[in-house]
Design a protein around this ligand. Structure first.
Ligand SMILES: CC1=C(/C=C/C(C)=C/C=C/C(C)=C/C=C/C=C(C)/C=C/C=O)C(C)(C)CCC1
Ligand SMILES: [Fe+2]
Length: 557
């Protein structure tokens, strides 16, 4: 396969270029470019260098400036065109001068190895995006995370580790047995840290996925991969929650136990790599623990959800994706919420709740009676109406082919009330009318100062229907039970991330940052006022970035 290095005057692919070839390209040869003020729309001359590989077209990259046609794929679901880029961005509008620091966003950025296309959104190789804000100016960059899984795919030009839905093909019986053994030891599981990014209390920045080995330290300035974050304890296990709760003073996470269904609740101090056990929750349903992509905490408690969407060891062993991937839906096993005291590790409540499906808890807090005693825990989540269909809607073929069709399953703010008075059951209700946010909801953030506290505002992606994926940024007012929406036709915005103004006293005094993919190969970063939810600034990237998952804020030292 011939590869041709081009010095391009435009950063935009000609219609004959394919996403597969871009990605292949990218796995063959590292391409690094530094751009200055390259404009997506104006097609200015740039110093961008691209390599092209002629290969069978699979997916057409949206041509610059053209509308999406049936053969074109939205930028959000198109692999990133090169391994890394960095440069200054022109800002339209005014960035607040207090906004000094780096917004990092992680997510799957590459869904191809050569001609082979991954099937699910969550399979893609991790790409980190950095927005560096300084005195009203913005420098940006993106870079692939150098996980073992990514490096092996680049070197061998094939999938080498088990991803969310993809499993490497085994050439012969011996390698099949080796792969199975590797699964039990964790050796064949991916370390593709494509889900979240957190800043630990000691300043280290770690990208994460659900495999423990997929905890990777990065440099927030250069986006460079620094190395593995090795847990030095002997707690074992292969998986953990993708969303630890991280503050300046601690790191809390859940380690699901697939052998004796339960969860270890663990804590790690800043400066340490050693997790210590706070306590253990035994599952009340079975045959395995429920998926714990995230969990909430209050000031004094860790809340452990037990969803009927449960891990499935047999599905982990399968070579082809099953309808629910590594999970199974067990409505007969019921749903439970457990509450553990952070200080003692004791379970203070374990209640049955209505069946629910959530990937993302929003926040939780302690509800007190007139005497100031905690009478219940309130835990809010993006709840998918106890329906797992959304997992199927996140297959790339669905995302790419159903743009504009009204197939996004309904979701709501699920409010779980967990009584602490010994009652056996808790409740689950919508915290506001889901029509306020178009019956679509996920990828939420709050003001981190309100973590575990009674709060009023959350920022999420909602739906402006018809749509097959959340396409709005929405400020949710849980007190007024209302929503304010930012929407731009044809775009896919990623998680709205709240950054509080230093010294603020109001909960919504700050900004909300999101990275937006446009349908025509372009994209931009947008900054909204956290209070009015009006757009205050935007800055175009030289080319659109694929959809990303979660972010974090690293304030300037
Ligand atoms: C790699 C293995 C696994 C990986 C699991 C991963 C990477 C899970 C990622 C889950 C994410 C990103 C969930 C996000 C949900 C977003 C939603 C629902 C948005 C909805 C919009 O409407 C295991 C599965 C743990 C097995 C081992 C191998
Ligand atoms: Fe997540």
């Amino acid at each position: 396969m011939a590869s041709l290095a081009l010095s391009a005057t435009s950063s935009y692919a000609k219609p004959s270029l394919t996403a597969a070839s871009d990605a292949h390209d990218h796995l063959q040869k590292e391409v690094f470019v530094h751009g200055r003020g390259i404009s997506c729309q104006k097609n200015k001359k740039s110093d961008l260098i691209m390599t092209r590989v002629a290969t069978k077209p699979t997916i057409t990259v949206p041509a610059h400036g053209k509308d999406l046609t049936s053969t074109q794929v939205h930028t959000a679901w198109t692999s990133i065109r090169q391994e890394r880029w960095e440069g200054d961005l022109d800002v339209e509008g005014q960035l607040p001068l207090w906004l000094n620091g780096t917004y990092l966003r992680n997510g799957p950025g590459l869904w191809n190895i050569g001609d082979y296309g991954f099937r699910h959104l969550f399979d893609g190789y991790a790409m980190l995006v950095g927005l560096h804000f300084k005195n009203g100016r913005l420098t940006a960059g993106h870079r692939q995370i150098e996980s073992d899984a990514y490096k092996a795919a680049r070197k061998n030009k094939k999938l080498c580790y088990r991803e969310f839905s993809e499993v490497p093909k085994q050439d012969n019986f011996l390698s099949y047995v080796g792969d199975l053994a590797g699964l039990f030891s964790g050796a064949s599981l991916t370390d593709n840290a494509n889900t979240g990014v957190v800043k630990l209390g000691d300043g280290r920045v770690v990208c994460l996925t659900e495999t423990q080995k997929g905890s990777i330290i990065v440099d927030p300035e250069t986006l460079e991969t620094v190395g593995k974050f090795e847990y030095t304890d002997m707690l074992g296990g292969l998986i953990h929650s993708a969303h630890p709760i991280v503050t300046d003073s601690e790191f809390l996470t859940l380690l699901p136990d697939l052998i004796n269904p339960g969860y270890l609740v663990v804590r790690m101090e800043p400066g340490s790599n050693e997790r210590k056990v706070i306590g253990r929750v035994e599952c009340r349903g079975g045959p395995a623990p429920g998926w714990v992509h995230s969990f909430p905490v209050t000031e004094h408690y860790v809340v452990v959800p037990e969803m009927p969407l449960r891990y499935c060891a047999q599905n982990l062993l399968k070579a082809e994706p099953t309808p629910l991937y590594k999970f199974e839906w067990h409505p007969e096993s019921k749903a439970f919420m457990h509450v553990m005291c952070k200080a003692s590790g004791k379970i203070v409540a374990s209640v049955e709740v209505p069946l629910f499906v959530t990937f993302h808890f929003i926040n939780a807090y302690e509800e007190k009676d007139e005497e100031g005693r905690v009478k219940a825990i309130i835990a809010d989540c993006c709840e998918h109406n106890a329906d797992t269909t959304v997992l199927d809607k996140l297959r790339l073929q669905e995302l790419r082919s159903a743009h504009g069709k009204d197939v996004l399953p309904d979701a709501r703010i699920g409010r779980l009330t967990i009584p602490l008075d010994g009652s056996p059951k808790g409740t689950l209700e919508a915290a506001m009318d889901p029509n306020q946010h178009g019956r679509g909801l996920d990828m939420c953030s709050i003001n981190p100062a309100y973590l575990g506290q009674e709060y009023r505002y959350a920022y999420a992606c909602g739906a402006n229907r018809p749509c097959n994926f959340p396409n709005t940024l929405t400020k949710l007012d849980l007190e007024d039970k209302s929503a304010t929406t930012w929407y731009e036709e044809g775009t896919v915005p990623s998680e709205p991330f709240f950054v509080g103004r230093p010294g603020a006293t109001e909960e919504d005094d700050g900004v909300v940052i999101s990275i937006v993919s446009e349908k025509n190969g372009c994209g931009y970063a947008v900054v909204l006022d956290g209070c009015t939810f009006q757009e205050i600034a935007r800055a175009k990237f030289p080319y659109g970035l694929p959809y990303g998952l979660h972010g974090c804020w690293v304030p300037k030292k």
